[in-house]
Write a protein that binds this ligand. Structure first.
Ligand SMILES: Cc1ncc(COP(=O)(O)O)c(C=O)c1O
Length: 409
């Protein structure tokens, strides 16, 4: 089938078919997208967009990177799935590579899954096992504003009431305390605490950055109390913040990964530090049919090589700074929070973030609002200086168009 055949349906037909047949959990899709290349995507009518969302921090090496396409196609023609009765080279190599980039010592282990929420489920079970080993510690400390996923364990760690309440009762024992507040953590973590689960930056909450010492304080507090420190790097990991891990140097007991790891292929991971923590989940205590399959592992291995060889961690740092400096100069932008290419920005009172997203889409930019006045940018890490400049120079006009359309409506 040619590209034209695949995209032969008019845009409205795809959206109509979606509306009549897809689960209603996401709300109506904004567009039907047909293809992508680097940091750009095209809709079914051939309109081009600069993708400043990157599939919500997923398309780390950009859309349709030729090396990634080649690696995935090659592996698809060799071996795709074997079950966990067998090992494969991509799976073993990826586990080793992840432990090495996380700076984990001998005895550490990687467990591969298919998504972020599955990585958090595994982490939740790790915390429970640790609690049992320590004589029955049931409590897990998480944070207000936290997002850790939608399955029941991950949801118990997530703080937003609208996500939690329709599904209660959730697994018990989770307590949420204020994010970024090391003193509150020092009070909350006791001999009853099995683990603390924390995001280095709260992405879904609008890119909330804690004080630079916060993670280190949590490391000290958990170590003193004999609790695990589990850092959720599903959104921040794999170069997004300009480092392989945003928790580099903190030495967490466990790290969860997903999103950018597969460059768009569904894959996640739980990394556990050292032999003692890694042996908490023993034979038969956890599992997955698809997790660690050679196709997903090959996609992730190629993603890591591309990020490394094309200097994309440095690009994340430089482009993130460019965005921050440029955004600060745009009238109407009142705050910018930046960790590499994970950027949050707040608009002043007269603006509306969802309306700006709609206006930007009309002008060829894909943006994301995390709140009424807040936007999150998480573009592919291959985004160029010129592409960011193009967005920065267009933003004042987009904001002006919003106030103009409000005046006429
Ligand atoms: C920090 C964090 N943890 C976990 C998840 C859940 O990942 P997934 O949507 O792949 O299940 C997300 C998703 O946004 C996330 O940002």
């Amino acid at each position: 089938m040619t590209d034209t055949d695949q995209n032969a349906q008019p845009r409205s037909e795809t959206l109509e078919t979606y509306a009549s047949s897809y689960a209603g959990v996401f709300g109506p899709p904004r567009l039907a997208l047909a293809r992508g290349e680097g940091s750009r995507v095209w809709d079914e009518d051939g309109r081009e967009y600069l993708d400043l969302l990157g599939g919500i921090a997923v398309n780390s090496v950009g859309h349709a990177h030729p090396r990634w396409v080649e690696a995935v196609s090659r592996q698809a023609g060799v071996l795709v799935h074997v079950s966990n009765f067998f090992a494969t080279r991509p799976q073993a190599d990826l586990a080793q590579r992840l432990l090495s980039l996380a700076g984990m010592p001998a005895g550490s282990a990687a467990f591969l899954v298919n998504s972020g929420t599955e990585a958090l489920e595994a982490a939740f079970k790790l915390a429970r096992r640790h609690g049992q080993e320590k004589g029955g510690r049931h409590e897990i400390i998480a944070f207000s504003g936290a997002f850790h996923g939608r399955t029941m364990g991950a949801l118990a760690l997530t703080s937003k009431a609208a996500y939690r309440e329709p599904f209660e009762p959730l697994p018990g024992g989770v307590r949420h305390i204020p994010y970024g507040d090391a003193a509150a953590a020092a009070d909350a973590v006791t001999e009853r605490t099995a683990a603390v689960v924390v995001e280095p930056v709260q992405g879904e909450a609008g890119v909330v950055l804690p004080d630079a010492q916060f993670l280190r304080s949590l490391r000290r507090i958990t170590r003193e109390a004999g609790a695990l420190l589990i850092v959720d790097e599903v959104q921040t990991g794999i170069g997004r913040t300009g480092q392989w891990l945003a928790s580099a140097g903190v030495e967490p007991d466990a790290v969860t990964l997903a999103k950018g790891l597969g460059g768009g292929f569904p894959i996640g991971a739980l990394l556990t530090r050292g032999a003692e923590v890694s042996s908490l989940l023993g034979p038969g205590q956890h599992g997955t049919t698809f997790g660690g399959n050679p196709l997903a592992a090959a996609a992730a291995l190629e993603t890591l090589s591309i990020l490394d060889e094309e200097g994309l961690l440095e690009n994340a740092r430089l482009r993130g700074e460019q965005l921050e400096h440029g955004l600060m100069r745009v009238p109407g932008v009142v705050a910018v929070r930046q960790a590499g290419l994970l950027v949050g920005m707040d608009l002043s009172e007269e603006f509306d973030a969802p309306a700006l997203v709609a206006e930007a889409q009309r002008a060829g930019f894909i943006l994301n609002a995390t709140g009424p006045k807040t936007l999150r940018l998480a573009p592919p890490l291959v985004i160029t200086e010129r592409q960011i400049d193009h967005f920065l120079t267009s933003l004042p006009t987009l904001l002006a168009a919003q106030t103009a359309s409000e005046r006429t409506s």
